[in-house]
Design a protein around this ligand. Structure first.
Ligand SMILES: Cc1cc2nc3c(=O)[nH]c(=O)nc-3n(C[C@H](O)[C@H](O)[C@H](O)COP(=O)(O)OP(=O)(O)OC[C@H]3O[C@@H](n4cnc5c(N)ncnc54)[C@H](O)[C@@H]3O)c2cc1C
Length: 302
């Protein structure tokens, strides 16, 4: 029986690990991906995490992880599939079928890219369809790519790809971007970028890997030859493993205040998984610290 299990090894979970280690808690971090570090590791460049200057998201994720490890955190590889509240303790069920018992749990599983749900998306994921331009863009050097979405991530993806690819087509549903104006202007000025407003991607075609896409716009449906498709249509909370618990959700995010306490005593929600106005590394890290403070209080160790 651990005092605490932290589920998720992104900025929130690793910040919690740093605070838990320094507080002398008996705890483990459970992380689904081999390396962890969370969503930020897919960011080309981060320049708004105070004190870190400008660095790649991968380096920032690695710095979080190394700091937690140096302070003595144990990071275990595994994916949470369910959680049972047994009153005086929680039973975390892993997808391997194993269980971990803990007095308290910090849920820090963040968010994951939304799927578009069009024919060909699932079939060609990893074979031309990607959710991370900075991770996979280099495979499309000198090729024709499509970015779907009109938010900050789509604009950043398209800017990043424009430096590598022969052409970048951006398809967005609306007639206007929902992204930082300065970055949109920069994108519009790129010679190899074409922007298609009021346009939906309706199908991805190919043989073994992406070969073409069907784009439906004001002029009807058109098939275009394409090598890569980058989907940037938003993110959704990764809280499926909490299903069935009497938790308040708001838009799918776990309802909890700044102290990260949920409706279930001993269960805390930190980072992007928590309902809050700003989802960034700095707020995720703050949540990790606050969640451990609340855990210490819950365990009577404050
Ligand atoms: C492309 C991109 C660029 C960004 N740029 C910036 C930026 O410049 N500045 C900024 O401040 N923020 C940026 N963000 C947002 C920032 O990355 C997030 O706000 C932050 O990572 C949230 O941290 P988190 O720990 O709450 O969640 P996440 O980073 O989502 O981490 C959650 C972790 O939990 C793991 N996990 C999920 N489900 C399970 C499970 N069932 N079992 C075990 N582990 C699980 C995941 O593998 C992941 O490692 C960016 C995000 C993206 C996608």
């Amino acid at each position: 029986m651990k005092e605490l299990v932290i589920v998720g090894g992104g900025p929130a979970g690793l910040s919690a690990a740093i605070y838990a280690a320094r507080a002398g808690l008996d705890f483990v971090v459970l992380e689904r991906d081999g390396f962890g570090g969370g969503q930020i590791t897919s960011s080309h460049e981060v320049e708004n995490y105070p004190g870190a200057g400008r660095m790649s998201g991968f380096d920032l994720g690695e710095a979080f992880r190394n700091q937690a490890l140096e302070l003595g955190a144990e990071i275990r590889h595994g994916s949470a599939a369910g959680l049972k509240d047994r009153g005086d303790c929680k039973e975390l069920i892993l997808d391997s079928g194993e269980s971990v018992l803990a007095k308290a749990v910090i849920a820090a599983t963040g968010a994951a890219p939304k799927k578009l749900g069009v024919p060909g998306e699932k079939e060609f994921t990893g074979a031309g369809v990607s959710y991370c331009a900075t991770c996979d863009g280099a495979f499309f050097r000198g090729r024709d790519t499509l970015v779907v979405g009109g938010g900050d991530t789509a604009v950043e993806d398209a800017l990043f790809l424009s430096a590598l690819c022969k052409s970048v087509t951006v398809a967005l549903r609306r007639d206007v971007f929902r992204a930082a104006k300065r970055r949109v202007e920069l994108l519009k000025a790129k010679e190899n970028v074409t922007i298609l407003y009021k346009t939906n991607l309706t199908e991805i075609r190919g043989e073994g890997r992406v070969g073409s896409v069907i784009l439906s716009g004001p002029e009807g449906a058109v098939e275009r030859s394409m090598d890569g498709v980058f989907l940037a249509v938003g993110v959704e909370p990764a809280g499926g493993w909490l299903a069935g618990l009497p938790l308040r959700l708001e838009d799918g995010y776990v309802a909890a205040g700044e102290d990260c306490r949920t409706d279930i005593p001993g269960l805390f929600a930190a980072g992007d998984l928590r309902k809050k106005p700003l989802r960034q590394v700095v707020t995720a890290a703050a949540d990790g610290a606050n969640a451990v403070t609340s855990t210490l209080d819950y365990l009577g160790r404050a």
